[in-house]
Design a protein around this ligand. Structure first.
Ligand code: SF4
Length: 426
């Protein structure tokens, strides 16, 4: 590790003692997201490919131990919340702090820190559709991924902000592979894809009790008559295909969470009328105009910070108070050299802006910033655990003060956002 970080920040136990109202399991989950995990061989041996959802990763590169391992795509805690990015630490290369260790005791999986046994966790189980194919021969796992609570469809598979070098969001690693393939623009979706969506979602709905939400997400698609028109078209086709499966299963409705670009009011009204969608999420990512320009240059160029904010407020007029969410990359406001110089200063500014946004009827979905390979911010250092606890609490307080709910982001439907995880104690 690069520095004596344990001496410079409060430990998990100290944070839990200092903030007794804050759920200890959420504090642990944040810390796991912040520091990452590594697996002992016994923990790798507990991966069962017939049961668990995994991805292949190469570890021990350049050594005699070099090998490919099957790494769980996520872990669940005993309160039902999740950690989504549980790649082996060697692969994620989170710098500056030691990862938590996943090991096995009496046949069960536990998190450890400095040799101390902490919480029991489980690996995510794969959904029933995981190993099936559509009539087009497409593996359904290429159409949808699954958390314990929800199914996700990537509506557009590329983000146009990367078309211009340096214009992608600086914390984002999503397009690293696409850049490697020389493909950053357009969208590879065809009519066949929408048929695959219908068949995959139809299959998913057969697994009773598994999914409480359909999550649709896309990188920003800038093309069309109006900015984002083609992205809106993709969403409409995907949601109509999925809704065909809902109708056939004879469900009156199925909860949908859309995470999309900041659409115009005309586009939002189209979505509201032409799809069964009742909520909408669009991500400002960082609640500061100057930092937004630096960290999300593509968004700043095409929409601007104030423009994105206005579109958030406009969407409340379409979907209603509490049905619009703003995604945030928690902690990225402390990226250097342009970010806030202290955690206190960052918190004060970010929460003041959050309160203004919440007053307009918008809630928040904050994720814990991870410095992933492929992102421009790979060598940055994320804030302390205490910062994240105060941020999650402040965002939850802003929501409560304004009487807003977190329907699509609570632990039953999502379980990924520290601030909305707190809704269970409203
Ligand atoms: S909008 Fe930003 S965060 Fe989202 S995919 Fe594009 S570059 Fe990544």
């Amino acid at each position: 590790m690069s520095d004596n970080w344990r001496e410079n920040e409060l430990s998990l136990k100290e944070v839990i003692a200092k903030y007794p109202e804050f759920p200890p399991l959420i504090a642990l989950k944040i810390d796991v997201d912040r520091r990452g995990v590594s697996y002992t061989q016994a923990a790798f041996d507990k991966v069962d490919l017939s049961v668990h959802q995994t991805s292949k990763q190469k570890i021990g590169a350049g050594t005699e131990n070099e090998r490919e391992v099957d790494v769980p795509m996520g872990i669940t805690y005993r309160d039902g919340t999740v950690s989504c990015s549980t790649d082996h630490h060697e692969v994620t290369k989170f710098t500056h702090r030691d990862p938590y260790v996943i090991d096995v005791v009496d046949g069960k999986l536990f998190l450890f820190d400095q040799g101390e046994q902490l919480e029991e966790i489980t690996y995510w189980e794969k959904p029933d559709f995981w190993d099936k194919k559509t009539s087009n021969g497409t593996p359904m796992r290429k159409i949808a991924t699954a958390r314990p609570q929800r199914i996700t469809i990537d509506v557009g598979d590329l983000c146009h902000f990367w078309d211009k070098p340096g214009n992608g969001c600086k914390y984002c690693s999503w397009q690293a592979n696409a850049l490697g393939n020389g493909k950053t623009t357009g969208c590879t979706r065809t009519e066949e894809f929408y048929q695959d969506v219908y068949e995959t979602f139809k299959e998913a709905l057969k697994q009773k009790g598994r999914f409480s939400q359909l999550h649709v997400v896309s990188g920003s698609v800038l093309t069309g008559e109006e900015l984002f028109d083609d992205e809106v078209d993709h969403y409409i086709k995907v949601l109509q295909a999925a809704n065909r499966a809902v109708d056939e299963a004879k469900y009156p409705k199925f909860p949908i969470k859309m995470v999309a670009s900041a659409f115009s009011k005309k586009q939002l009204e189209r979505l509201y009328k032409e799809t069964p969608q009742t909520t909408y999420t669009t991500d400002l990512e960082v609640l500061n105009e100057e930092l937004f320009k630096w960290i999300c240059p593509g968004k700043a160029e095409f929409v601007t910070y104030q423009g994105w904010k206005k579109r958030l407020f406009d969407s409340v007029e379409v979907f209603g108070r509490g049905n619009v969410t703003c995604g945030l990359v928690g902690g990225v406001e402390l990226a250097q050299p342009n970010g806030f110089k202290s955690e206190d200063e960052a918190l004060e500014a970010v929460l003041a802006e959050a309160n203004d946004i919440a007053e307009h009827g918008v809630t928040f979905a904050e994720i814990v910033w991870q410095t992933r390979p492929g992102s421009a911010f790979v060598h940055q250092k994320v804030p302390s655990l205490e910062y994240y606890v105060r941020l999650a609490q402040g965002l939850a307080d802003a929501r409560r003060k304004n009487g807003l709910h977190v329907y699509t982001d609570d632990y039953r439907r999502c379980g990924n956002h520290p601030n909305s995880d707190l809704s269970r104690i409203d």
